[in-house]
Design a protein. Sequence first.
Length: 620
Amino acid sequence: MSITDTAPAAVPPDTDTTPRLPARETWRALYRHFRPHRAVVALGTLLALFGTVAGLAQPLAAKALVERLGRDEPITGILLGLTALVVAGTAIQAAGSYLLERTAESVVLSARRSLVGRLLRLRLPEVERTQPGDLMSRITSDTTLLRAVTTESVVSAVTGGLGFVATLVMMALMDPVLLGTTLGVIVLIGGAFAFAMPRIAEATRRSQAAVGEISSRLERVFGAFRTVKASGAEARETAVVEAAAREAWRHGVKAAKWQAVAGSSVGLAVQVSFLAVLGIGGARVAAGTITVAELIAFLLYLFYLIEPVSALVQAVTQYQVGSAAIARIEEAERLEVEDAAPGPTGAAAAVAGTAAGAARGVAGGGRGPASVVFEDVSFRYRDDLPYVHRGVSFEVPGPGMTAFVGPSGAGKTTVFGLVERFYEATGGRVLVDGRDVRRWPVAELRGAIGYVEQDAPVLAGTLRENLLFAAPDATEEQVRAVLVRARLDGLVERLPDGLDTVVGHRGSKLSGGERQRVAVARALLRGPRLLLLDEATSQLDAVNEQALRDVVAEVAREVTVLVVAHRLSTVTLADRIVVMDGGRVRAVGTHEELVAGDPLYGELAATQFLASRGQGVSGT
Ligand SMILES: Nc1ncnc2c1ncn2[C@@H]1O[C@H](COP(=O)(O)OP(=O)(O)OP(=O)(O)O)[C@@H](O)[C@H]1O
């Protein structure tokens, strides 16, 4: 096929990453989706059979009608009967098809629900291994391919199978020799069919992988839309998405080709059988073994065979398509998830803590500041990556502010990832409140923590949704209080829709500094016992930075605050500073102690901190 010529070179070579499922596992997975609906599918099958029987009865009724006309008998009764038969037959068929379509939608719905439920609980390393866009396409696109295989194909298989066997029995009763001839041809051409089947599955699998690739590529583009534009990368990125679209097309066409081969092999089988039966049957008539009437009847049965065989072919083809989708769905289902979803309960409980604390936007949950201890922690993100932590140890009793400083890549942010248990330490222990984080229920652990990431993610939606994201049950007063603390009250007043202003995709309608403050407000509203603040390297203007620093200092009086610090003004406020370098803690102390005692810190203080937009250089 010439379409292969159009395959663009830009297609990433790794689109074909979906594992093929062994047949037994495919069956098992498909059965799992089908099982809850088996009663309805059985009913649908029954209705389909009734519909067929009603259809078969119509010619008989028509025959009776003509006969009565011939005998000059009244036909009103039979006409009414025939009409009723037609209406009933149609209604039964419509009901059956509605039932199956509805069930098909339900299969898709339950597959989507189960997949979404799992994907949002995935462990972080699993998400980092995959492409979010591709995962999305498994929920949106692949699940739709389950529709037919779990419903229509089951019905086709049953009705086709029954029809096939019944017709074969009738043929066997007529003339076993001619049946042998028929089956011989069918088996021969069935070979072509068997050849096409796995190719349909393979082409569908690759086509779906390419659809996943389209989603991944689009996600990448829209995730950095300004960068794409600023880099003048529109044409290149379009080409890449287009390449994936072509790839999907190419394999879609391939699947269509093999489906056509499979479909027409049925017609061919019947035609060739017809000729063979005609030849051999003719000889048998000539020899007087069978009568002409028997040969004609046999040939009629041969044509009856088309429908059940087509139904069987359809069932098997749909199974191939479905098996390709199920492999991708199963792969997503098998990604490792966390033990429990961090529900809103922790946050709600924390926000509902002490009234005084809540009014300040820091409830504290009534259990005081958390302590954090790292005991000889070693960690790497993956087995094939170098260690990021090589025996990190420090102790942070709450409350107070602890700053982590060190060169870029020293492993500072990783400390937060381990505290939040986004990742698990490879060696050593991470303790929060003296308890190993692995022994904490994840929801409870994270319920105690407020986390402000360095890039301060803001989600699409309104400002209010963003603030309530980590504390859905916070009251209006708590929201207002936190807005004042994060110096967002002025902004909210300026906005025509106030808190209900839509902030755009990833908060693109807010300034960088505003996003930062929204992220801080969100974390504070959670009422954390432990605040993890990954300081932005820039973003805040002097006034707001000072204000936020005051807030953090205030919070640190009753909450444990860990800051990855990029500003001198922050470290000078810290009760203790942990200096990290190359995955180790090289020194712990106050700013003054470290300036005097640690050369790396002295250098950082003199260069890196001052180079940032940090205010409050008075510390030097
Ligand atoms: N999710 C990840 N998967 C693989 N490697 C990672 C991941 N996150 C960070 N790393 C690597 O781990 C190392 C430490 O990263 P970390 O973010 O902890 O550094 P950092 O000290 O916070 O740096 P910075 O000051 O630049 O933010 C870096 O070399 C980084 O490339």
